[in-house]
Design a protein around this ligand. Structure first.
Ligand code: FBP
Ligand code: MG
Ligand code: MG
Length: 285
């Protein structure tokens, strides 16, 4: 994966940096006294990981823009071609309790903010008991283990298992709109489904990729666009889950069809096995 084109260079750089990010979490578990563009208090590690990725990714030939959940403005580079959007640390509130976190990336061939249809590749790093990467390009998904050297492939042509097993829904239940509550009740009452919610989208979505099922951070009564960000979280996740044979939805259409109006737009996110997303859209109609 190293050095054949800009997209490969970006992915190889993120994979290498992930090992450093993981090690650098030690000593950076506190909060910084600053808010990100979404109005959330940043962790020291959010800021540090963003700066590390910005420095590395903007120096790659062919990278035109770098943008992240943790900074208001896009960094424009002199090159033209690919625009990289990252969530440097997904689930950073899990730093305190030392639970799962991730890094999410999307590589677009249009200036940001761009719709998910402009993605050429996306993926995520999962900082679990070991560090893994799920990566989608050209309609196929590959899983890797990362140790610092060349990423080693553990599975090619990854697809969601046919029989869904896990579900995880973000937000407080009383804040869910009535139609989403009805859908959630339907999923819960099916005895073949198990609840899995860890407070880091990447951990929960990776379980859906592994076992089949559904993850959602839905629209909330007082936040109709939900919580998760379209450029940095929604689009990259949707691109990968769709490449793995699943579906994504903002409630009525694929996340990849949502037109952005602002770099830090939020989007109601639902991803998983196609049959479950179809059922969700029927209920939310
Ligand atoms: O604390 P809540 O409301 O369950 O929210 C958890 C969700 O927020 C997030 O932590 C948001 O991501 P960041 O940590 O990158 O801001 C998701 O990973 C997770 O699914
Ligand atoms: Mg996140
Ligand atoms: Mg984050």
């Amino acid at each position: 994966m190293s050095g054949t084109d800009t997209v490969d260079d970006v992915v190889a750089t993120i994979a290498r940096s992930a090992i450093e990010i993981r090690q650098g979490l030690v000593g950076r578990r506190g909060k910084a006294d600053v808010e990100n563009p979404s109005g959330e208090t940043q962790a020291e590690a959010d800021i540090w990981a963003d700066e590390l990725l910005a420095e590395r990714l903007t120096s790659i030939d062919g990278v035109a823009q770098y943008a992240s959940e943790e900074r208001s403005e896009i960094i424009d580079c002199e090159d033209e071609a690919y625009c990289v959007a990252v969530d440097p640390l997904d689930g950073s509130s899990n730093l305190k309790s030392n639970n799962t976190m991730g890094t999410v990336f999307g590589i677009y061939d249009e200036p940001l903010p761009a719709p998910g249809s402009a993605l050429v590749a996306s993926g995520w790093i999962l900082y679990g008991p070991i560090t893994t990467m799920a990566y989608a390009r050209d309609g196929t998904v590959t899983k890797y283990e990362l140790t610092g050297g060349e990423p080693s492939v553990v599975e090619e042509d990854v697809t969601l298992p046919d029989d869904p097993l896990v579900y995880g829904f973000g937000g407080r239940v009383p804040d869910w709109p009535a139609d989403f509550r009805e859908f959630a009740r339907e999923i819960e009452s099916d005895s073949s489904n198990k609840l899995r919610y860890g407070g880091a989208m990447i951990g929960d979505v990776n379980q859906v990729l592994t076992y089949g099922g559904i993850f959602a951070y839905p629209a909330l009564e007082d936040s109709p666009r939900g919580k998760l960000r379209l450029q940095f979280e929604g689009n990259p996740i949707a691109y990968l889950i769709e490449a793995a044979g699943g579906r994504s939805s903002d409630g009525s259409q694929s996340i990849l069809e949502v037109e952005p109006t602002d770099l830090h737009d939020r989007v109601p996110l639902h991803v998983g096995n196609a049959e479950l997303i179809d059922r969700l859209e029927d209920v939310l109609e």
